[in-house]
Design a protein around this ligand. Sequence first.
Ligand code: ZN
Length: 663
Amino acid sequence: MKPKFFIFLLSFWLLMPIFSFAQDLQNDNNFVDAHKSIGNASSRLLPTDVQNAYDVKWYFLNLNAESNTVALSGDVTIKAQVIYNVMDTFSFHLHNNYYIDSVLINGVKTNVITHEHERLITGLGMPKNTLFNAQIFYHGAYNSGGAFLADGISSTTDSRWGEFSVTWTLSEANNAYHWFPVKQDLKDKADSCRVFVTTTKPNMVASNGLLKKVVDLPANKVRYEWNSTYPIDYYLIFIAVAEYQDYSIYATIPQTGEQLLIQNFIYNSPECLADNKKVMDETKEMIKAFSEMFGKYPFSSEKYGHALAKLGGAMEHQTMTTTGGLMSNWESTIAHELVHQWFGDNVTCASWQHIWLNEGFARYGEYLWREYKFGKESAFNSFKYNIINSVVNNGKTGSVFVPLNDIDNENRIFNTTLTYNKGGVLVHMIRYEIGDNDELFYNILQTYQNRFKDKVATAEDFKNVAEELSGIDFTTFFEQWYFGEGYPKFDIKWYQNGNQLVLNSAQTTTAPSATPLFKVTYELQITYSDNSSEIIPFYHDETNKQFVYNISDNKTVNSIFFDPNYWLLASSTILKTNSIEDFVEDKSITIYPNPTTTSLHIKFENSLQGTKTISLYDVTGKNILTINTQDDLYTLDVNSFPSGTYFISFKIGKNVFVRKFNK
Ligand SMILES: [Zn+2]
C-alpha cells in the first residue's frame, strides 16, 4: 500500500561534508514520496481464539454493489476445515452495521449470535479435519465518515476525467470486515477465491484473478464473475465498481516467454486513457524487470492490472492494484505496488509486526526500478540520498519492527519514516553488507520468494535466507537496525601528518537508550589536491574510534566526503584539524610524562588485551620505530631522539589509537 504525496527535500546540506558536493542531486525531480497519515488510529479486529479453530480454504463473495454507494447485499461462502480436535463454535467478523439475513452451515440454517463485530454460530461439535461451508447472507452499509484509508469500503465521485462515481474496497490492515464476513488472520491464506459482483450497466467490476464471465441479467444488470486459483490473504481480496473501460495489454514473462495479461480498468473517457496510457504501457517493462530480479511474476497464469479509484495512493490487491492514478508522476507508486505482488502478496508478512517484509521491500523496489531503467551510476543516487535524508531529518525514533502493543495501530504499522523509508534503507544496507554483489543479492531475494511462496514469513525467515546464502551473520545487523532504534551520527576529525591520514571518529546515536552503538562500516571518499580520489571503508565498532591510513605518492588530502555512494543510514560532520591535539581522546591509553626527556610511559587499560603494535612517527609522518608488546605498562626509551613533536599509534586487534607527545 502506498499513499502518495511528494516531499521536497530542501535540507540536503545536512548530510553533506564541508568540502564537496554531488552535483547530480540538484537537478533531480524524483522525490521520495511517502505514506499519508491514516485518519484515526483505532483498535482493529484481530483473529480470536475461537477463529483459530478452523483453516480457511476458500472465499466466495457473491455481492450486489453499485458505483455510487457503499451499500452491499448478497452472500459470502467461507469454505474451511476444522483444525482443533473439536470445533464447537464457528466465528467470523463482519461489522455490526450489516444485518445478517441468514447463515447456512453445510446448507442448514443456523442461529447467529452477534457480539460487537464478531458473529458466532454455536453448538456445532465438528471433529478435526471436517470440511464445511458457511454461507452468510447479509446486507447493509459500512459508513465511518470517510477517514482516508481507514475504511474497508468507500464510494465517491471522481471528477478528474468527467464525473465518475466509484466504489472501492481497501482492507489493509484489518478492515476486510467492513465489507465481507472474514477471518482476519494473516497466517491463514485462503487457497483460492471467487468474487461475483452484480451491478448496473454501464458499471464494470474489477477484482482478483481472471474475469471468467460477464453475465447479462434482467433490468439492466450485469454480473462480473472473477476467479483466482492462487492462495490469497484476506486483505488482498478486493472489488472496485465504476463505469470503466478495459485497457488490456500483454507483458512477456522473461523466464518462459509467456504472455501475461495486464488488464487495466480505467474510467470510460478518452482523456482518462490518454493521461494514464504511458505508465500502463510501461508496466510491461516493469514486469520484465522485476521478474528478472525476484523470479517469475508470481501470478503468471492469471493477470496483473490496475483499477482506478479516487484514493490518495495505491493498494497492491493480488493480481490487480487499485490506484488513484497512473499518470507519469505515479510511476514510482506503480512500480512499488507491482513489487508488492512478490513482497506482500506472494510472500506476506506473518504478522503486522513484520510489515517491513512488505513495505520496506516495495519501497526499495521503487529504487530498483530506477536502477534498471537508468543504471547504477546515473543521477539516481538522489533516491538513495533522499530516502536516507528523509529518515535523518524526520528525527523519529522507534524500531522498524512494530512492537506487539502497536499491532492494531495502523498509524504505527504504516509509519512513513520507520516502515517505508528506514525499511527501504535496510534492504539497501543488506545489499552493502553482502558486498554489493548483485548475483548474491538477487539470489537471496529469489530464494526467499521461492521458499515462502504462497505463505507468510517473518524478518527472521528473511535473515536466515540471507545468512545461508551469504555466509554472513546478520544477528548484529538486525539487532541494531531492525529491532533497535535510531541511527548513528559520526563526528569525524582528520589530520594529515606526512603520508599518514589520521582520523578520529566519535559515534553518538539518536536513540541511545535503545541502541547505544551501531557496529557499521562506512566509506569515506578522500580527495587529494591533484583531484584524484579514492574510497576507503572503515569499520566502526566502538563509540570512539581512531584510524590511520597510509597515503601513497606523498599526496595532500584536500577533502573528505562521508558515504559518497549513500550506503548507510547515518549523519556526519567532518572537520579538518590543524593538530592532533584537537582530537577527542579516549582514556583507554595514557602516556606520561608529556613533554618528556628520557622515557615515555604508556599505560593500557585492562580492556585492551592482546598484542599491542606501537608505531612512532615524526612530524613529517616518517616511521621511526615499530614494536610489539603484550604488557599493560610499557616504557619507551626516547633519550636518543631529537627534540620535537612525535605521534604514536597503537594497533590492538582491529582498533587503532593515536597520541601525540613532545620531547
Ligand atoms: Zn506499499
